[in-house]
Design a protein around this ligand. Structure first.
Ligand code: ASP
Length: 347
């Protein structure tokens, strides 16, 4: 149900949606947000109110980082009571990382935070940006019969699909369907109507209140295994005394070479307190470390299963947990359980 008295805060961080071609160089550059509103006159037809705020200057999402995630959390916290929902316009390149990070940083949300963007700038005739923006705004104010937000989650809306943010991955550079949620079904499909899958959408805990988190520790690493990976290079990464967590991207169901030199590195790192989280290089499916010997030896060396978590969710979860200066044992407990629907644990 669209609440015509509702209000949305539209936060423009940058990205293709708000870019224009530099006539001299042909390079896409960000333009002032007011141009975006000129390009989407349909926004004026919404009965609910839309306020806007923009990063100054807007950024290509390649420059997104923990400080800017904190800026977004700050904007949302400061405005939380004044709006029914939030839409974040964001470049597609790192949108899945931002959606994952924000899902951990915005605790017990009872309002929607919807990220969207586009593959073609909104000024181009064939743009996908208008559809994405207009539907994201509708979702941000949609309420149920009791007047509660239908989607109180951090989500990505892109090309007709609403997905849980921390389950998404960017899958295509050109196609309008730029994101997928391989291991969790979509939360809604927008056709002639927006059809919500109510049973799949998280609801806030009635006893909890909203908490806004600002601490992230960047002393983590993503390491993708490949045939012939050099022991010396891996060793040099693990030798760094600052290193606290590693997302190990393994093969298939969580398998890595049974090489003694690598096993020694994982074992020594775990002993010294580095948390290693095993996620699959495959986009769909889950890590099962007890399925093959090459996975079991990782489990035996103290590596944690990341089950069906995306790399984006795994790395931001490590940043979030270590950012809270928890005891190592606490981090280990939290890493192995879902915090905000980012993982399905199948034993
Ligand atoms: N490079 C752009 C960005 O991520 C791409 C996009 O918006 O689609 O900011």
């Amino acid at each position: 149900m669209l609440d015509h008295n509702a209000s949305v805060l539209l936060i423009y961080t940058g990205g293709t949606i708000g870019m224009i071609e530099n006539p001299e160089t042909g390079i896409l550059e960000s333009f002032d947000f007011n141009h975006l509103k000129e390009c989407v006159p349909e926004l004026k037809r919404f009965k609910f109110s839309i306020d806007t705020i923009q990063f100054n200057p807007p950024i290509d999402s390649s420059d997104m980082d923990p400080d800017r995630w904190c800026m977004l959390v700050r904007i949302i916290e400061d405005n939380y009571n004044h709006y029914d929902g939030f839409v974040i316009l964001h470049g597609t390149d790192t949108m899945a990382y931002s959606a994952s990070a924000l899902s951990f940083m915005l605790e017990n949300l009872d309002k929607p935070v919807i990220l969207t963007g586009s593959q073609l700038p909104v000024g181009k005739i064939r743009t996908d940006g208008k559809e994405n923006l207009i539907t994201a705004l509708e979702i941000a104010v949609d309420k149920d019969a009791e007047g509660k937000a239908i989607v109180p989650e951090v989500c990505i809306f892109f090309q007709n699909y609403l997905m849980r943010g921390n389950r998404t991955t960017k899958i295509n550079v050109e196609n309008f369907k730029a994101f997928n949620s391989y291991n969790y079904p979509v939360l809604a499909v927008a056709g002639t109507q927006i059809r919500y899958e109510h049973h799949l959408i998280r609801k806030p805990s009635p006893k909890g209140t909203q908490r806004f988190h600002y601490w992230l520790d960047p002393n983590v690493m993503i390491l993708k295994i490949f045939p012939g990976i050099s022991k010396d290079i891996v060793q040099s990464i693990f030798d760094n005394p600052q290193l606290k967590g590693v997302v190990l991207e393994t093969y298939g169901a969580g398998n890595a070479p049974e090489r003694k030199d690598l096993l020694e590195i994982w074992t020594r790192a775990v002993k010294r307190g580095v948390v290693i989280l095993n996620v699959s290089q495959c986009a769909a499916g889950t890590v099962e470390m007890n399925r093959y010997k090459s996975g079991k030896i990782l489990a035996d060396s103290g590596v944690f299963s990341g089950y069906d978590m995306t790399t984006e969710a795994a790395v931001t979860k490590l940043m979030f947990l270590f950012g809270h200066e928890m005891e190592l044992e606490q981090v280990k407990q939290q890493i192995a359980r879902p915090l905000i629907g980012e993982v399905s644990i199948i034993e």
